[in-house]
Design a protein around this ligand. Structure first.
Ligand SMILES: Nc1ccn([C@@H]2O[C@H](COP(=O)(O)O)[C@@H](O)[C@H]2O)c(=O)n1
Ligand SMILES: C[C@@]1(CO)OP(=O)(O)OP(=O)(O)OC[C@H]1O
Length: 158
């Protein structure tokens, strides 16, 4: 059996926070705001995986009203989600992600993100693809107010 899921997430850019995307800390003057470390890409992948197994979204499993998840490391959240995927007898087929950010340039960090995501999903980096696009200065991402991300995941019976 195969299952697919998709995820989408947005976080606001603000001063005084580190910019963590795909588990990688990216040098930049601003970072993403959130209850957790606000790793927009890992949240997107977690949502896609939860979608694939029909388990809602990360807000349901890790509420932003809970102190337990304040400043949470999103790598740990994704690992928890991945345990649920494995418990149901699935492994990764592939995951394809797009980061929407006007700035900073993601290209120098894409390979590190890919390797980190593969490690978290216990897969080979060839099963993970990460892309980035500006939104041509249009909308909230184009104005640099926030960063958005989307992902599609395919999981298959282990
Ligand atoms: N934050 C970003 C945005 C884009 N890139 C890379 O630049 C290429 C061109 O971007 P367009 O928005 O003009 O399509 C894109 O394909 C990415 O490779 C990036 O590294 N970081
Ligand atoms: C991850 C959680 C929990 O710390 O908080 P945020 O970092 O605000 O992220 P979001 O993508 O809004 O949704 C899930 C939250 O419950």
């Amino acid at each position: 059996m195969i299952r697919v899921g998709q995820g989408f997430d947005v976080h606001q850019l603000t001063e005084g926070r580190p910019l963590i995307i795909g588990g990688i800390t990216i040098p930049y003057e601003k970072g993403l705001l959130g209850h957790s470390d606000a790793d927009v890409l890992l949240h997107t992948i977690a949502d896609a995986a939860l979608g694939a197994i029909g388990e809602g979204d990360i807000g349901r499993h890790f509420p932003d009203t809970s102190e337990e998840f304040k400043d949470a490391d999103s790598k740990v959240l994704l690992q928890d989600v991945w345990s649920m995927v494995k418990e149901r007898g699935f492994k990764l087929g592939n995951v394809d992600c797009t980061i929407m950010a006007q700035m900073p340039k993601m290209a120098p960090h894409i390979e590190a993100m890919r390797n980190q995501i593969a490690e978290l999903l216990e897969a080979d980096p060839s099963q993970v693809n990460v892309k980035a696009t500006t939104t041509e200065k249009l909308g909230f991402t184009g104005r640099g107010e926030g960063i958005a991300s989307q992902a599609v995941i395919l999981i298959e019976q282990a």
